[in-house]
Ligand binder design. Structure first.
Ligand code: CA
Length: 229
């Protein structure tokens, strides 16, 4: 099945250029020329990935990404930012974007990043859909809850973001700084201790406690590693 990409970009030349180049790579392309339109389309259609410009009429890209994440849409988002918009990288990633590209960008590099994000998105989605009978834990990030031995438990936003990040990096050792950056953003001053506290709570919630933790593994001196249920 062809991978689908939503391009939200108000500069007509760039929008059409991206559309042509990505279509030539075999992607199915949908176009939106402002933030409000992009949000509406993203709400109603599932895409493999969203390319989202930051400076957009109607609604800026950062807001679009934020709303989509708040509505538990976990489609991978790559932000497109102008070089002058220095804070965009930070703001964009904090709003829920997975990656960013600074304009003008190299098409080959964009394609490589699109590939990475689509693969991660698919892995995360698959993980959400799998309901194994053997598994004592079912995770539904879209609806924001887990089922532990038949009992449904609601997840908090940070727990959803934490699990989402874990799924996208399954099997990788993630240090506390990375988790802080991904889940709590750069701002404020949550310490790495925050990470430990939240992970301890999350473990309680998903029943991953005791000597034989199955999903969230502590890697001494390094951080955490996640194994999907
Ligand atoms: Ca723009």
């Amino acid at each position: 099945m062809a991978k689908s990409i939503l391009i939200v970009e108000d500069e007509v030349g760039l929008r059409n250029g991206l559309s042509d180049s990505l279509e030539a790579e075999g992607f199915e392309i949908t176009l939106a020329e402002n933030g409000a339109e992009g949000l509406e389309i993203a709400r109603n259609t599932e895409f493999s990935l969203i390319l989202l410009d930051v400076m957009l009429p109607e609604m800026d890209g950062v807001t679009v990404a934020k709303i989509l994440r708040e509505e538990n849409c976990y489609t991978p988002i790559i932000m497109l930012t102008a070089k002058s918009q220095l804070d965009d990288k930070v703001t964009g990633l904090r709003s829920g974007a997975d990656d960013y590209m600074t304009k003008p960008f190299d098409m080959e590099e964009l394609l490589a990043r699109i590939d990475v994000q689509i693969r991660r998105g698919e892995a995360a989605k698959k993980a959400q859909k799998v309901v194994s009978k053997k598994s004592e834990l079912t995770v539904d990030l879209k609806r924001g809850f887990v089922v532990v031995k038949g009992e449904e438990r609601q997840l908090y936003d940070q727990e959803i973001r934490l699990l989402d990040f874990f799924y996208k990096h399954e099997g990788e050792i993630l240090d506390r700084e990375q988790l802080l950056e991904a889940v709590w953003s750069y701002n404020g001053d949550p310490s790495t201790r925050t990470v430990d506290v939240h992970i301890a709570r999350l473990r309680q919630k998903i029943g991953d406690v005791g000597d034989a933790a199955k999903y969230i593994h502590t890697i001494r001196g390094k951080g955490y590693k996640f194994t999907a249920p």
